[in-house]
Design a protein around this ligand. Structure first.
Ligand code: SAH
Length: 232
């Protein structure tokens, strides 16, 4: 049987397509309209969701579910957030290329990668040393050179690189840590889940209007893992 309409990859001078990679590519492409249907409109955010290889950020046994719109366990009782939430938090920060962003809660590094994909310089802090190391290695391997990770308690921010154009917090506490407001630029935005640990929480949008003036607005009910205290 002659198949004349197919050019062998080798003849085309390309690497043979990896069928698993091709499946992930399709699933990633389908995630974009799914997130869009849920209300995400920012073109750059949608492009980033379509570009970042989420399956690289989840444990091997969860890879088949990497592009479903749900959170996935990453060990140590932590989770990689649902893609819709990642997109929502990215969009609401109104980012543009070159902006400096502080993330509290590196986890897998996926949210940091999405922020870097929209062109930001990302400084991200993680309280579990193992997660911080794994994320550092992963982000490096995938070429996210604009993400800098640190093993520390993020409630105190990262003063060395402050002030930040935006702050994003991916673990929920009972209040907004004052250091994070202090390290935010005037005119900057922060998105942070606030609420009781296992009860109702809301994403709060914080706008810093002046060095001593903030405006806060509750924008979405959510469920995040708790903000921890003390290095591990
Ligand atoms: N942004 C992550 C989501 C991880 S879940 C991602 O895209 O995968 C929240 C993360 O916050 C967990 O990894 C948890 O260990 C971390 N965390 C909790 N309390 C913290 C604190 N005080 N400082 C820094 N990281 C913290």
């Amino acid at each position: 049987l002659a198949v004349n309409n197919v050019t062998p990859p080798s003849a085309a001078g390309q690497r043979p397509a990896n069928p698993t990679d091709e499946l992930f590519r399709q699933q990633r492409a389908e995630l974009v309209p799914a997130v869009r249907r849920d209300g995400i409109r920012d073109v750059e955010t949608l492009r980033a969701i379509g570009a970042v290889r989420r399956h690289e950020f989840v444990p091997a046994e969860y890879r088949p579910y990497a592009y479903e719109n749900r959170p996935i366990p990453i060990g140590y009782g932590q989770t990689i957030s649902q893609p819709y939430i990642v997109a929502f938090m990215t969009e609401i920060l109104q980012l543009s290329p070159g902006m400096k962003v502080l993330e509290v809660g590196t986890g897998s590094g996926y949210q940091a990668a999405v922020l870097a994909e929209v062109g930001c310089d990302v400084y991200t802090v993680e309280i579990f040393e193992v997660l911080a190391m794994q994320a550092t290695e992963r982000l490096q391997r995938l070429g996210f050179d604009d993400v800098t990770t640190r093993h520390a308690d993020g409630r105190y921010g990262w003063s060395r690189h402050a002030p930040y154009d935006a702050v994003i917090v991916t673990a929920a506490g009972g209040s907004i840590p004052p250091a994070l407001i202090g390290q935010l630029k005037v005119g900057g935005r922060m998105i942070i889940p606030v609420g009781s640990l296992y009860g109702v929480q809301h994403l709060i949008l914080v706008e810093k209007l002046a060095s001593d003036d903030i405006r806060t607005r509750s924008v979405l009910p959510v469920r995040f893992v708790p903000m921890l205290q003390g290095l591990r």
